[in-house]
Design a binder for this molecule. Structure first.
Ligand code: 13P
Length: 247
């Protein structure tokens, strides 16, 4: 059942633009879903301030894999926690590719987030080449197993898995609802194999990649899916409100 919506602002909007956004969005948001707004670091402060009193979670888009010290330009889990962050996105394909984040780094980032009391939105998904060579499930299994290595089952309660096929991100292309359902089933199978049936049923799984107000209805019927991770279509508040109202 769809009840989780996560907005990934990516590298969009200054602090004052996020302020304007929230001034439009918040009075009209009816609070019908579990909503997380993953803002740029520079807008976390204003997000925290304006979202006070609203049932909305604050998210960041990155976390250092180190705890403290000589890491110029990085932001630690402790810093994020102190800024009021509830969730952080880890393993996004844009970071895997452009910033060469491998499975070891992703695993360390997840552990650092959890250690600091921050939930994780773990992105996994296949490239077009992997899809075309029927390696989607293999890719999902590899990415999940390496990311979740060494975690305790109870820590999965603080993890949301986001199925984001790389070829669907920002392209206007999406898998079919059936294909999303199959991928989500596979994600839950990996969790069942490595943790337990109970964990596989309880873990939240969302879909991300070119969701907008025109296509979201096609996917709201996916039975094993908990929600959506939305990029471009969250950036205009009324458009984002429309998507939420359709869920
Ligand atoms: P789009 O919704 O812009 O395709 O982005 C999806 C995404 O990468 C969210 O993390």
């Amino acid at each position: 059942m769809i009840n989780t919506i996560i907005a990934n602002f990516k590298m969009n909007k200054t602090e004052s633009e996020v302020k304007d956004y929230l001034m439009t969005f918040l009075p009209r948001y009816e609070g019908k879903v579990d909503l997380t707004l993953c803002l740029p670091f520079t807008a976390l402060h204003v997000g925290r301030y304006l979202c006070q009193g609203h049932d909305i979670r604050l998210g960041a888009q990155n976390i250092s894999d180190e705890e403290e010290g000589r890491c110029t330009g990085e932001i630690s889990g402790r810093m994020l926690k102190d800024s009021g962050v509830d969730f952080v996105i880890v393993g996004h394909s844009e970071r895997r590719k452009k910033f060469k984040e491998d499975s070891k780094i992703i695993n360390k980032k997840i552990k650092s987030a959890l250690k600091n009391g921050i939930g994780v939105i773990l992105c996994v998904g296949e490239s077009l080449a992997e899809r075309n060579t029927l390696k989607t499930f293999e890719t999902l299994r590899d990415q999940l197993e390496s990311a979740l290595k060494g975690l305790y089952e109870n820590e999965l309660e603080r993890i949301v898995v986001a199925y984001e096929p790389i070829w669907a991100i920002g392209t206007g292309k999406t898998p079919t609802a059936k294909e999303i359902g199959q991928a989500v089933k596979e994600i839950r199978r990996v969790i069942a194999d490595d943790f337990s049936k109970n964990a596989s049923e309880n873990i939240k799984v969302v879909y991300g990649g070119s969701i907008d107000s025109k296509n979201v209805k096609q996917f709201t019927g996916c039975k094993n899916l908990d929600g959506f991770l939305i990029g471009g279509a969250c950036l205009e508040p009324n458009n984002f409100l429309k998507i939420i109202s359709l869920c």
